[in-house]
Each structure stands twice: as structure tokens, then as C-alpha cells.
Design a binder for this molecule. Sequence first.
Ligand code: IVH
Length: 682
Amino acid sequence: MTDEDADRDEAKRIADLREQLNHHIVLYHEKDDPEISDEEYDNLYAELQRLEAKHPELITGDSPTQRVGSAPSTSFAPVEHAIPMLSLANARTEEELTSWETRIRNHLIRRDVDPGQLTYVTEPKIDGLAISLTYENGKLVQGATRGNGRVGEDVTANIETIEALPKEIEGAPALIEVRGEVYLPIADFAALNQKRVDAGLPAFANPRNSAAGSIRQVDPKAAAERPLAVWSYGIGAVDGISFESHSEEMSWLRDHGFQVNPDIAVHDSIEAVLERCHWWLDRRDELDFEIDGVVIKVDTIGLWNELGVAGREPRWAIAWKFPPTTATTKLLDIVWNVGRTGHMVPFAMLDPVRVGGVTVSTATLHNEEDLARKDVRAGDEVVVLRAGDVIPQVVSALPQKRPEGAQKPVPPKVCPACGTDVVKPEDSVFSICPNRAGCPGQIFQHIKHFVSRGAMDIEGIGEKQVARFLEEGLISDVADLYDLRQEQLQELDRMGETSSANLIAEIDKSREVPFPRVLFALGLIGVGSVTAEVLADEFGSIEALREADPERIEQTEGIGPIMAQQVAESLSDDRTWAMIERLKAAGLKLELSEDERRPEGGPLEGKTVVLTGTLPDLTRDEAGAMVKRAGGKVTGSVSKKTDYVIAGESAGSKLEKAEKLGVPVLDREGLDRLLAGELPAD
Ligand code: IVH
């Protein structure tokens, strides 16, 4: 090939890369629905950067390397940023980080600035959505997205719904623009996705997309329903105050009510920076927010101007990127697992792939309807997401890479564990194996759930041990765990005297687990940990719950007719009840203890109270404790089952709802009258 031919090929490749990147930028930034992993995107981007460096004559102003993010959408008014919102260069290896330090030192020397000892600030790189918050004379006047870095979108109405964000700051200068990252805590992200999947909506690929989707909701009410939070990481335009260092900026923000990450640190060498990067990597899975790296900034602001900006990236900062939490791989097969309550859960068997530093070979596909909606098929290239320590999930398939003849998956007609014909209830997104007590698949899942954290929390017994005990015939249900003897365990290979003794001690300890958790551990259909708690509180014992008919159970706050029916049915099943009796005989707590019980005969016995707003002399917890001591129940939301609402200062939607439903609303004095037994007439 002649040089000319090679140049022509590279020019074509540049055009091709730009087209591909533009397509993915729209999906990522505007539709919040990416179809390739961050790493694949970064690779395309890096290839384009490399080719453009080789052919600077081909660089155009609209190349993705010359712009930040995407064009602002037309749903929101445009906002011109007083100071551009920049992007960050990436370092993926230690060498890339140390050569960054060399580069900036040389740059300063060339400009006759003595770099001396540089100090650096390290911060988590939050995987959310960049936001700019303008405060004039201490009042929040505008919230804007980054957009293309120069012009963003006015999302003030949505930003105002973020509770944790100060709307007014005391002792503020005439103008200050706070910059930070909006994010959705991982737990809330998981809950939100579950709700979306249940409602038949597509799941968000990751917390970042859901945060971005929320902030760019056209209806602020929809944004308000998502518990968004903000980590502040910088200051943009400012008038009336100045800062010498970035760490000083961070302290100012912290002192003025902004959330600033408490683990931000200052270092005086790049070695210390590197150590901190690894420290963050190790903690990544324990955090309640997604981070995709560590941002390193030169602390001295005076040097920022000297170092300047290259393209769209400042030289004074760099992002040390973690291995990505999404990756693409081939889906080899779809298998169906029987869940604890007989639900058929589709799982993806994957060509093993590294995601977020861990090798993943299976991932959940949620349920058959989600699977059908995403149209994922065996043989597809798929995007896999791993967030925190939740089960990895398949986010989407890349149909453009689908092999010919790939078939749509079909849910099983018979249970793969026991061969019983499955049923598909009309209102369920799952097919179900109805052989509840006899299906080995369900028994296995049930025991696994029983011993898990949050339930009986029996340390030392996990999935592997449960499988082994079942295989060896040591147990056939959860009650058998309490009949295990140390000699039996010791006979298993690889189990010595100490570990078998420890296991027996752990099982023994679980006899002290309080009733609400035992109720949850029983794994009755539909009874999660929250439901178990309200049922335990309402009925006090498993016997009382068993005697209650569905109508009575339904009177419990938060329990609907379907769940009430399911609970009553489960407890009237002879085999389930026989197992419960054996657990009781083994000494498990199947009722509340005296001091866990609401006192009988109190003035508020049988009454449900909701507290809202601020009371003049009591915190919500103190008032709640007083209601409980009087025999009443405190719940979080107003419904037809609520007897009284106690409303303090600035009560909001709960008060409105009470008024709409005609629930009596009382003030602080009203609470005292209730506690004294002077109940208002119904
Ligand atoms: S500093 C010029 N600090 O990463 C400095 N950015 O890739 C740019 N980000 O647009 C911002 N955590 O959305 C900075 N601690 C942090 C950050 C952070 C996340 C995001 C931000 C920015 C993007 C750049």
C-alpha cells in the first residue's frame, strides 16, 4: 500500500469513527440509553484522537474530540455557561498518571514557573451528571446541565426538587456558581429499577442514566420522586470572594451546607496520589454511589491559569479511571432458574468477561417480560452491568451484531427442577412452578434465603453449604438445620472439628433472631423484610397471624388484598405449618417478646397515626415513641387506614392527603389530648 492509500484509508476511518461516536453520544447524553459500554466508547474515542493527532489537517470543529457531551436538547431553555464546563483527560495506568505529572512540570518550566513541590487533591469521580448551580446573593437562581460544555440546559425546576441541596446560603458572595455531580444512590437506583420493571417500563442501564434521566424530566414532579443527591466538586463563576486553593474551595462549600465528599484528600507526591487511587478502588463496592475513577487536581489555583486547557481538557486535572462496570460479551445461553417462590428467572450464561475488576460469567435477565421487551437472544452480543455487589445484569443486546437464525428464548413449560407443569398467572411477569413444598429447586432457594443476611444470618452457611447438605441428605428443609449434630458435619470432607463446632454455634445463635426477621426468613410469598416487620408488629405472633382471615390481614398498613390472601393461604398450608411448628419446637422466636410488643389497653390501642411537619418541642422520633408507648402505631404514609395525622410546622403533601381523605388532623396540643385518652369523636 502506498502512503497515499494509507492516508486515504485513515481519512475514511476518521469519518467513520466520528459517525459512530456521534451516534453513541446521542444515545448516552440525550436518550440516557447507551448501547455500548463506556470502555468501547473510550476505545473508539482514543482511536479517533490518535488518528487526528497524526492528521491534524483533518480536525474539524465539530469532531467529537473537539466538543464536550452532546447538543443541548430543545425541551429546556439554553443556558450559556460563564466559564465553560470542561471534560477530563483519562489515565488508565500508573504510567499514564506519572507521565501526566512529568508533562505538567515541564509545561510550567517552559513558562518559567518553578513547579516546586506540587500538591494534589484526590476526589472520587462520581458517575452521575455534571450540574452547575448559580447562587446570586445567596439564593439559588439557576441549575443547568453541562450540555456541550459551552451551552447547557436550564433544569432549575428539577434541581429545586433535590432536598439535600441548599436553596439559600448564608454569608454568600454576590455570585457563586457551584459545580458538582448529580447522582442517584445505588440502593435507590435498584429500587427504582425494580419499580420500573414491575410497571413494564425498561430498566435504566446504570445509576448515571437514571440520574440523568431524572434531571432531564420535563415534569419536575417526576424528578421529585427520585431521591437524587449532589456531590459538589468545584466552583465556577464567582464574584466577591476568591480562593487560593481547590482544597480551600471544598472547605468553603462544606461549611456552607453543600455535600462535599468527606474522603477528599490532599497529597504532596504522585506516589501518595497513586496509593489513594488504589484505596478508592478497594472501597468502590462498599460505596452507596457509583464511582468510575479518581479525579486528581493540582491544588494551587494560581497554577491553573499557567497550565491552561488543551482542547476541552484542563491540564491541571486528570481522571484515573477504574476498570469499567459495564462490558460487552457474548451471551452463550439462556437458562431458567427456579426462585424461592417458584418464579422462573431467566439467567444469561456469558462468555466470561471482566466487569469492574471481577470476572462475570452469569447475569440475571430479570423476568420473561423484560427479556422479551429487550429482545435478548442466545448468541447475541450483550452489555453487562455490575453495580455494587448486586447480581450482574444484562442491560441490552446489540441486535446489529446478531448472528443469523438466533431464536427468541421460550420460557419453560415444565419446571426445570422438578418437571411440574408451570403456570403463568395473568398479572405476573413470571411463569411459576406450583410445586411449592416438593420442588427441590424451590427448597434449595428457600434454605438459601433462610440462612442469608437480613434473615436468620447464619454465618458460615451459604449457597455451597446448602447445596452440599442437601446432596448429602443431611437436611431436606430449613427445620432440619436445627437437628444437625457436630459429628455429622465433621464427617463431611474438608470440615474439621473447629469449623463444624463453629457452624453449630452459629446455628444455635440464630435461635435468638427476633420474630420479624424469622417471619421474613420463612419466605412466605410476597413477605419481604418490611412487610414481615409490619405484620409482626400488627399480630405479635405467628399463631395470631395464622388465625387472622385475609380481611383482617388487609387492615394492616401497607398490605393489599392480594398479599393478604397469599399470606393467609401460605399459613393454612399444612406442610408449611408443620415446618413452622418444628422451628418453634427448635426454639426459634415466633412471637414478639414482652418489650417488643405494643402495650395493650393503651389509649391509642388499635389506632394508626401519621406524623408530619415539625413539632415545636419534639422530634419525629420522640413523638413516635410516645404514640407507641400509648399502644398506637406510627406509619409513614396517609391512607384510609390512618386514624389521625399530627401536623406540625410546614407540613406538606401528607396534610393535603389527610384533608382529602377526611382523616382528622391534630396539632401538638391535639397529640397531648390523644395521649391522655381524649380521642376526638369519629
Ligand atoms: S472536575 C475541569 N471533579 O467528570 C474539571 N469532575 O470527565 C472537570 N466528575 O464533567 C470537572 N466527579 O461531570 C470533577 N470530583 C470530580 C468529578 C467530576 C465526576 C465528572 C464531571 C465532569 C466529568 C469529566
